[in-house]
Each structure stands twice: as structure tokens, then as C-alpha cells.
Write a protein that binds this ligand. Structure first.
Ligand SMILES: [Zn+2]
Ligand SMILES: [Zn+2]
Length: 621
């Protein structure tokens, strides 16, 4: 017992000095510290928890007088995050006032070729921008903050979030050169007034520090939005979710609970994050190899545990992956990761250390754990190559749909001779989201009149609904929202009314929303069947003066298909002559005719359907 306690104390190394990692060590070229001037302290409207409860009485009485005749309905409109993982954004409306909770991105589906990010459709918010009192953020994950720069490029809204979340948002604003933003730090436990809403930030627990659940107090009742949560009784930062406050709200009466459905299909409890640290310690202890840990960039608790084990075993840490470097810099600077000075070294310096003095933390460009590791496994990474003297820990679960890919990376690593530890072999990963028993606890503390599962795909929302039904919430009081659909609530009833514009806006490079279904269809067509380009030069009278020439890509291997390409050429020639004989001079008709003839021929001879692109050039004299 004593031994355990000691071991734990030692592991959770927390030196007093917080800002003690030198910036240079964390990676070149990324600026740190230029952000503070923009982050404001909470505004005047912000009141402390105690003050807030007094004010609540006044507020509600005032409101009762104002609305004694007839109170308005509270409207809840999700613009994303329902029946999907990612792109979380929910609009709350009362009378003329609007607040927004979260503003995240989704990562593209497999069929969204070349798309970098998917953001919500902001049409409704742009139209109603004068009514928006604020954007409230639950935590710093991409699926909750990733779209903020895109929203702010369209409308200016004050943002309210906790310190770490503000720091991470600020990184994004800098990347997008947005500097006239009102970014306001609120503390866990604090309440702010935004128009007719009183918004309370309740300490929560998730895989990133400083996350909150939100209680929105309105004239028709209180709505609790859990944000992403798990119930961890031994969180590594000792910041336990404020179950007491949630119970208090439940006792006073909660109109509706919007709750995280990510793990609603999983029975039991999510294990505590600290269990992963124990496994890390065992793996690190007496290990003579270099240790490489792949994890999500956003999981700062996980990074802290890697830090703890590295410190205890006298290893330095090098970080690969720009998003991870940025996250760690911000977290260290704001005091959310505790580590000794000079623990982090630049990845270029790893050659100066022996294998048993090193830990490499790796992640991908968008924070996904596997992409850089894949390159390391195949010898394509510029800085790190995996060898048989590596212990690779995959401290993550595959993103759904990615399982085959992850299995192949593990195979590749093992073929090199590396020792690989992943979640099927040891408990090197736990989820940041609540399983069924924790979801039940949330429902039983908050005891909402209406239960609304959010943050999940359809089957997850259904599983969460079933859990709520098991707990005695009646079928008509469990509400399944849809993106864009307006849910209207008051003390007596809840009903879906009309809809607002919602949907996916795709971001490709610098283009926002310019790639739509037509472009995507072309990309799919090209990627599956390839391309044939036919070029012809004509003079002004419509006579062919050069060509036709035929080029193809991704269709056939041209050197072995000369006959086919010759046949294509002669078919084009025949079609051009036919057009000339029939006095067809309109280029688009000529192009269509060429396309039709080739399409039939190619399909018949090859059973393939490439994109055919006729180009006619005019000879100018
Ligand atoms: Zn999250
Ligand atoms: Zn989330």
C-alpha cells in the first residue's frame, strides 16, 4: 500500500515552476507567447458563482414579470454533431438572443477526395449575426473548436472558454491571421450573462484538461450540455468532474440534458486515465530500447503520463508532428503539463542520445496518431526510422474505418523487428468518453425532464436513447435531434418545428465551400477510372489543322496499349470528318459527339469508363 502510494507520488511529478520548458526545445519555427495580449480576462458581465445565484433570483423574477403573459419557447438548433462524429455546434435561442455552444470541424469521409476539413454551414448564423451574444466553448478538441476561424471570417462573435481552451483557440486565430477577436477566459465554476441566458461553466473531465459542461439558465428552465465527458474518479490532474454541482442542478430541476453519446454502445465504465500511466511505467521500467509512443495530439493527459514515465526513467522526449508540438507548447506555457526544464529536445538532436535515453512522441499533421508512424515504419520519415531496437507503443484506438490500415502499420513495424505494444495486448489506451454506466450516472444526477442524446452517429444516439429509456425517461421525453431542425421547448412541452440551413461545407486548401458535389464526383470518377484527353487544333473555318492527339492518365499503360490508342485516334478522326460533312461547327456539339463515340468504344473494348475530355484549340493567324 505504502509502496504503491510512493510510486504514484513519484510518477505524478509536478515541479513548482511551471513555465520551464525552453521554447527552442519544442520545435523550430513555431512561435510561443505572442498570444497573451489578445486573451482578455472575463468581461464585466461575468459574475462569480456566489453572485450569480443571487442574481439568478433577480433575473428570474424580472423575467417572470416580463413574461407573465406568455413566455417564449427556448429553441435548440444543432448545426452539426448530430448523426455524425465531429463538427459539433449547437445554437440556443431565446426571444431575440442567440448563443452558440462549440464550433468544430469534422474530418473528411473516404469519398471526399482531397478534402482537408469539413465545417458547418454558417448561413443561419450569418443571417442572424446581430442577435448572437456569444460563442461558448466546452473544450479544446478540433471537433469543438476547429471551425472557429472559419466562422470568425464571416461574422465577429465574442468567445468564452476556459484558459487552456482559449490558448488553443488563440493558436488557430494566429494561424488564420485573425486578430480582432474578443477571446474571454472564464473559470470552471463561473457564470456569465449573455443576453437572456445565464451560462454556467461546470468543471468536467475528458481527455484534455480544462473541459467544462455548460448549464444554460433560461426563463423557461435550465438546460445542461455535457460537452464531451467521462467520469474519472482518479484523473491525473486531480480535477474531478463537479458531480455535486450537477446534482444540485438536478435537485432544482433541469428542463433538458444534452449528453455525449460517443461510447453509448459500450457497457460498463471507461477506465481511469491513470491506469494507462501504470502500464507506461511498467513498459518504461528497465527498458533498454528507444521508446516511440504514437498518440492523438489532443490528448494532453496522455502526454503528461508519458512525461511522468520519461522523467522517472531518465529519458528525454522528442516530439514529431506540428500539431502536437503546438499543443504541448501551449499546455506547458499555461501550466497544464508539468515537466522539468530541458526534458523536451528537438527531434534533430536525437542522434546525440543513446536509445535508452530517448522517448519519441509521434502524431500526424492533423493530430491522428498513425500517419507519421507509417512513414517511420516504411523508412520514409525524414527524421526518425524505426529499427529492431525500438519499443513502439500505440497509445490510441484506431479511428473507426481505419482498423485495417492500423493493422498493416503494426505488421510493418513487427517485420522490421520492432517490439509493438497496442491496445489489444496491453491497456495502453483508454477512451475520453463515458460508457453506459457513467451516462446513467449523469442522467440520474441531472434528472432532466427531456433527454437529448448528442455527439454521436445515429446508432450511438439510439443506444443512448435506450439507456435513458431504461432509466425511466418516457419515450416522448427522449428527443432525437437532427442537424438544422429546430427544437422548441418550454416547461410544459417540447416539439420540433421548422428547419434552418445546415450541412457540410468542404475546405480544400485555401478554398472554403468551392468544392461541392460536382467536383467530388469528378474526383471520384478520375480516381477510379482515369482520364483520356483528346486534343484537336482547328482553323477558323472549322478545318482540322493538327491532331487529334490522345493522352491518357490512370486508364491504361499506354506502351502496352498502342493499338487501343491508335484506334481511339482514328475514331476521333472519323467523327471529325462526319461533323465536317454535316456542317457541324459548334464546338460543344463536336466535343459531345467525340465523347459519346469514345465512351461506347472504350466501354465495349475494355469494360472501363474513364473520364473523356475533348479539347479543341483554335489556330489563330
Ligand atoms: Zn473532446
Ligand atoms: Zn468531441
Amino acid at each position: 500500500m505504502t509502496e504503491n502510494t510512493n510510486a504514484k507520488k513519484k510518477r505524478n511529478f509536478k515541479p513548482k515552476a511551471k513555465k520551464n520548458v525552453s521554447k527552442e526545445n519544442l520545435g523550430k519555427g513555431t512561435k510561443v507567447g505572442a498570444k497573451k495580449k489578445e486573451i482578455k480576462k472575463a468581461p464585466k458581465k461575468v459574475v462569480s458563482k456566489k453572485e450569480a445565484s443571487n442574481e439568478a433570483v433577480v433575473d428570474l423574477k424580472q423575467v417572470e414579470n416580463d413574461f407573465s403573459f406568455k413566455k417564449s419557447n427556448l429553441k435548440i438548433i444543432p448545426l452539426g454533431g448530430i448523426e455524425e462524429i465531429g463538427k459539433n455546434i449547437t445554437v440556443f435561442e431565446y426571444d431575440n438572443d442567440i448563443i452558440i455552444v462549440d464550433c468544430g470541424v469534422a474530418f473528411p469521409e473516404d469519398d471526399m477526395l482531397g478534402i482537408d476539413l469539413v465545417i458547418p454551414d454558417f448561413t443561419y448564423l450569418v443571417k442572424n449575426q446581430d442577435r448572437i451574444k456569444g460563442l461558448v466553448i466546452t473544450h479544446g478538441h478540433e471537433d469543438h473548436i476547429g471551425s472557429i476561424p472559419y466562422l470568425l471570417k464571416e461574422i465577429n462573435v465574442p468567445i468564452y472558454a476556459t484558459k487552456l481552451t482559449c490558448g488553443l483557440i488563440n493558436n488557430k486565430l494566429e494561424e488564420h491571421h485573425l486578430n480582432k477577436v474578443s477571446l474571454n477566459v472564464v473559470n470552471q465554476g463561473q457564470t456569465i450573462v449573455l443576453g437572456k441566458f445565464r451560462v454556467e461553466f461546470i468543471r468536467s473531465c475528458h481527455s484534455i484538461p480544462d473541459s467544462v459542461a455548460i448549464a444554460i439558465h433560461t426563463p423557461v428552465g435550465t438546460v445542461v450540455h455535457t460537452g464531451d465527458f467521462k467520469i474519472d474518479y482518479t484523473p491525473i490532474d486531480d480535477q474531478k468532474i463537479d458531480l455535486g454541482r450537477l446534482a444540485e442542478l438536478g435537485n432544482k430541476g433541469v428542463l433538458a440534458l444534452l449528453s455525449d453519446s460517443t461510447n453509448s454502445e459500450r457497457k460498463g465504465y471507461t477506465m481511469s486515465e491513470s491506469t494507462v500511466g501504470e502500464v507506461f511505467n511498467k513498459l518504461f521500467f528497465n527498458c533498454k530500447k528507444r521508446i516511440v509512443v504514437a498518440t492523438f495530439a489532443s490528448n494532453m493527459h496522455r502526454v503528461q503520463q508519458i512525461v511522468n514515465s520519461a522523467v522517472e526513467n531518465n529519458r528525454k522526449i522528442a516530439v514529431c508532428g506540428r500539431s502536437m508540438i503546438r499543443m504541448i507548447e501551449t499546455s506547458v506555457e499555461l501550466g497544464y503539463i508539468h515537466c522539468p526544464k530541458d526534458l523536451f529536445i528537438d527531434v534533430d538532436m536525437i542522434k546525440n542520445y543513446s536509445d535508452d535515453q530517448l522517448v519519441i512522441i509521434t502524431t500526424g499533421s492533423q493530430g491522428e496518431p498513425m500517419s507519421a508512424l507509417t512513414r517511420m515504419a516504411t523508412g520514409e520519415h525524414r527524421k526518425v526510422n524505426i529499427s529492431s531496437n525500438d519499443l513502439v507503443i500505440i497509445s490510441a484506438s484506431p479511428i473507426p474505418g481505419n482498423e485495417k490500415f492500423v493493422a498493416k502499420v503494426i505488421d510493418d513495424l513487427m517485420k522490421i523487428g520492432a517490439e509493438v505494444v497496442y491496445s489489444a495486448l496491453a491497456d495502453v489506451h483508454v477512451s475520453g468518453h463515458a460508457c453506459q454506466e457513467e451516462q446513467k450516472l449523469m442522467i440520474s444526477l441531472v434528472r432532466p425532464k427531456y433527454f437529448i442524446p448528442v455527439h454521436g452517429e445515429y446508432r450511438q444516439l439510439i443506444a443512448h436513447r435506450n439507456t435513458a429509456r431504461l432509466m425511466g425517461i418516457s419515450a416522448e421525453n427522449v428527443l432525437l435531434m437532427k442537424n438544422g431542425k429546430i427544437l422548441e421547448l418550454n416547461e410544459r412541452e417540447a416539439k420540433f418545428t421548422t428547419s434552418v440551413t445546415s450541412g457540410n461545407v468542404m475546405v480544400d486548401g485555401l478554398g472554403v465551400g468551392d468544392v461541392g458535389n460536382i467536383v467530388l464526383r469528378d474526383r471520384q470518377h478520375l480516381s477510379q477510372d482515369g482520364l483520356i484527353i483528346v486534343t484537336v487544333t482547328m482553323d477558323q473555318k472549322g478545318k482540322v489543322v493538327a491532331g487529334p492527339d490522345v493522352i491518357s492518365r490512370g486508364f491504361v499503360y499506354v506502351r502496352e496499349s498502342e493499338n487501343l490508342m491508335e484506334e481511339v485516334k482514328s475514331l476521333v478522326n472519323v467523327e471529325l470528318m462526319r461533323c465536317e460533312d454535316n456542317h457541324i461547327k459548334d464546338w460543344s456539339t463536336i466535343k459531345n459527339n467525340i465523347r459519346d463515340v469514345l465512351k461506347d468504344y472504350v466501354l465495349e473494348t475494355t469494360k472501363r469508363n474513364p473520364m473523356i475530355l475533348p479539347i479543341i484549340e483554335e489556330l489563330k493567324n
